[in-house]
Design a protein around this ligand. Structure first.
Ligand code: IDP
Ligand code: MG
Length: 137
């Protein structure tokens, strides 16, 4: 069993896509082991995306991620890290496969509805950023 962190980004929450995203996870046999809604500060968004701090889009990305509430989830299942990345689609929605969350709903390379951890090490770090072990069921 593997765990990964999923985020429904501010665009997904404000556009009423929480249910749609969760339905796709559950339909794919992924279990939601933890979930909460929160509104990150700019500093918290900068901490979460620290790996991208040298990128030209860092300031805009962290402004966006702290602009409105998000939904954070721990997903659990076999190969859930790559399974989630498949359901999400490519970072740039224009390159995302048809039927993926980003192909269906993203409006912009930045405002792409969902985040998903990309490897076991990042999944562990990202889950800890938002959840204590007691909050994961
Ligand atoms: P990922 O979310 O598919 O893992 P990353 O490369 O880790 O993609 O980038 C993190 C987030 O930064 C993306 O989801 C997107 O919101 C934003 N981003 C990535 N590349 C660009 C870009 O070229 N311009 C603007 N925003 C970007
Ligand atoms: Mg990434």
């Amino acid at each position: 069993m593997e765990r990964t962190l999923s985020i429904i980004k501010p665009d997904g929450v404000s556009r009423g896509l929480i249910g749609e995203v969760i339905k796709r996870f559950e339909t794919a046999g992924i279990r939601i082991a933890a979930m909460k809604m929160l509104h990150m500060s700019k500093k918290e968004a900068e901490g979460f995306y620290a790996v991208h701090s040298d990128k030209p889009f860092f300031n805009s990305l962290t402004d966006f991620m702290s602009s409105d509430p998000i939904v954070v989830m721990v997903l659990e299942g076999e190969n859930v890290i790559s399974k989630n990345r498949e359901l999400m689609g490519a970072t740039n929605y224009k390159d995302a496969d048809p039927g993926t969350i980003r192909a269906d709903f993203a409006t912009d390379i930045e405002k792409n509805v969902v985040h998903g951890s990309d490897a076991p090490e990042t999944a562990a770090t990202e889950i800890k950023y938002f959840f204590s072990e007691l909050e994961i069921h």
